[in-house]
Each structure stands twice: as structure tokens, then as C-alpha cells.
Design a protein around this ligand. Structure first.
Ligand code: BGC
Length: 307
């Protein structure tokens, strides 16, 4: 019997999956404690192992997906702005605590690997996953293999500028895709739209604190302000997707992360814009699909780092 643990580190939750002889057997999640990240991951790994009855001697490795740039040689988190981490030796710390081999990859890279191995990218060799969550992440699979660039720092799709001198991004630059298309940016745009139109249905139903990335989609059919928020969001995201399609021309672009729960309300208009704007669209089309593993993709892909 051989087990692999996969853990996806998010700003609010750690998600975990266990592979037994290469197949997913169980999963769970726990709140992230950013004040003691290594301790929190260690305790969660132990809980995952216990949950599926695995002895530590039967675990061949622990794969970790973490936001930000990960040094793939040393397993150091070089920079994860959304977690407030810089030069943090996560792999060394976890190997010391767990006494098991640990591999670390960027969270979105892991999710792309997870989708390619077990999910919506299984039937193609070239796919790109764009994750729309707290940040905007990306994973590029070429000929069945992850492309991570020099020292693993590539595929930072969220930091592609789509609006020169636009909104400030967490990375310090302006106009990045993430500054417009993260779930947080969508929530911010929704709040602004509510404030600017106090006759809107959104304003009547939601307060500042309970509106989120779903609100504008929920009201898009009945509230013109909500529709404008959604249209602007989709247009900006489409701009990024067309850029990706023109450079990499994958067979599919998968949309993951919390916002992808909108399904075809998101993918149908994106597909229309991509088909209309992409270079030589008829010659080599790119299908826009929702990722299929939901919030399990990152942890499954992290475990798949050992396959
Ligand atoms: C980070 C990426 C990460 C993405 C999703 C971005 O801000 O730069 O490394 O994959 O957020 O968490």
C-alpha cells in the first residue's frame, strides 16, 4: 500500500487529498493559521493520514501547493504576496517536522496538474488553467507536462498587464489581470456599483460586508448595474484569455477557482469573445471549459507531484 498526501495552501483554508496507489481516496479541509503556517500544515497532514488509516511508513510523500513563486530547487516560498510570505523555507521546515519527503509547487500549477491528471484536462495534451480566487493564478500544461519557466517562476498569468497604468495590483505593478479578475476585485467592483446606484436591487438586498463575487452574477438578469459589473469582468478576463490563446494556442483553457462556479454564465460569453478576437480562430480553436475538480484540484495536483 502506498499513500501520497496533497495539501493546497489557501489564504483561508488548507485543502487536503490522499492518494492510495495513485487514486484519490479521501479529502478534507481546515482553516489556515498564517501565524504558524508550518505547524498548521504539519497538524493537517497528520489528520489526513489518520483519517484514511495510513501509517507514516506507508506515506511516500507530501505534495504542497502554495501561492506565489516557489524555488523548485530548494522548496522555498520566494514571494507570496497574498500570504505575506517572503523567502520562507517551507519544504525544509515541513520535511524536518514530518520526517517525510515533501515537494512544493505553485498552487495554480498544482491545480493545472490535477485537472490534467484527474479532471477536465484529461483528454488533451495542451491546456491552460486560469484560477479565479483571492488571486488569479495559472498553470500551463504543454505536451502533458507542466511548463513552469526558469526556476519555477513562470506561468504567473495573473500578473499579465491587460490595462496599462490601470488598477494597482498586490504585486506592485498596475493593470494586472489579477487586479480586475480575482474574486476580490469582482467583489470590489460590485460594491462600487452598489454605491453608485442606490436604486439597484443589489443595494437593496446586500450590505457591504455580505456582498461577494457571486452577487453581481446573481442579479445580472434583473439589475442593469449588476449586468455592467459582470460584462466588464468578462471582457477583461477575455482579454487575458485571448492573449494566452494567441501565445500558447492550447486545445482548452480551463477556468477554475471560486468564480468558475458560475459555469456557462461565465464560459459562454468568454467563448464568444475568444472566438471573435483570437488570431486564426477557425484554424485552431480554443475551447473554454470550466475546471471539473472544484477546490480539490490544487491538492490532487500537489499529490500528483509525486506520481
Ligand atoms: C500569485 C500566484 C498564485 C495566484 C493564485 C497570485 O497572486 O502571484 O502565484 O498562483 O495568486 O493564488
Amino acid at each position: 500500500m502506498s499513500y501520497i498526501l496533497g495539501i493546497d495552501i489557501g489564504g483561508t483554508f488548507l485543502k487536503g487529498e490522499v492518494l492510495k496507489d495513485g487514486s484519490p481516496v479521501s479529502g478534507s479541509e481546515t482553516p489556515t493559521d498564517l501565524s504558524d503556517l508550518a505547524g498548521c500544515v504539519e497538524a493537517f497532514a497528520e489528520k489526513l493520514a489518520m483519517g484514511c488509516g495510513a501509517r507514516f511508513s506507508e506515506i511516500s510523500g507530501v505534495g504542497i501547493g502554495c501561492p506565489g513563486v516557489i524555488d523548485d530547487g530548494t522548496g522555498t516560498v520566494v514571494r507570496a504576496a497574498n500570504l505575506g510570505l517572503e523567502n520562507y523555507p517551507l519544504r525544509a521546515e515541513l520535511e524536518k517536522r514530518l520526517g517525510l519527503p515533501v515537494k512544493i509547487g505553485n498552487d495554480a500549477n498544482c491545480a493545472a496538474l490535477g485537472e490534467a491528471a484527474f479532471g477536465a484536462g484529461k483528454d488533451v495534451k495542451n491546456s491552460i488553467l486560469v484560477t479565479l480566487g483571492t488571486g488569479v493564478g495559472g498553470g500551463i500544461v504543454i505536451d502533458g507536462k507542466l511548463f513552469t519557466g526558469n526556476r519555477g517562476a513562470g506561468a504567473e498569468i495573473g500578473h499579465m498587464v491587460i490595462e496599462k497604468d490601470g488598477e494597482k495590483c498586490t504585486c506592485g505593478r498596475r493593470g494586472c489581470l489579477e487586479a480586475y479578475c480575482s474574486a476580490s476585485a469582482l467583489t470590489r467592483a460590485t460594491r462600487e456599483a452598489m454605491e453608485n446606484d442606490t436604486s439597484s436591487a443589489m443595494w437593496r438586498t446586500y450590505t457591504h460586508s455580505d456582498c461577494d463575487g457571486r452577487t453581481a452574477f446573481e442579479y445580472m438578469d434583473s439589475d442593469p448595474s449588476a449586468k455592467r459589473v459582470v460584462d466588464t469582468y468578462i471582457n477583461r478576463l477575455a482579454c487575458g484569455l485571448v492573449n494566452l490563446a494567441n501565445i500558447f494556442r492550447p486545445q482548452v483553457i480551463l477556468i477554475g477557482g471560486g468564480v468558475s462556479a458560475q459555469g456557462t454564465r461565465l464560459t459562454a460569453p468568454l467563448q464568444r469573445i475568444v472566438d471573435g478576437e483570437m488570431f486564426a480562430a477557425e484554424y485552431a480553436p480554443v475551447e473554454i471549459r470550466c475546471a471539473s475538480l472544484g477546490n480539490r484540484a490544487g491538492a490532487l495536483g500537489a499529490a500528483a507531484l509525486f506520481l
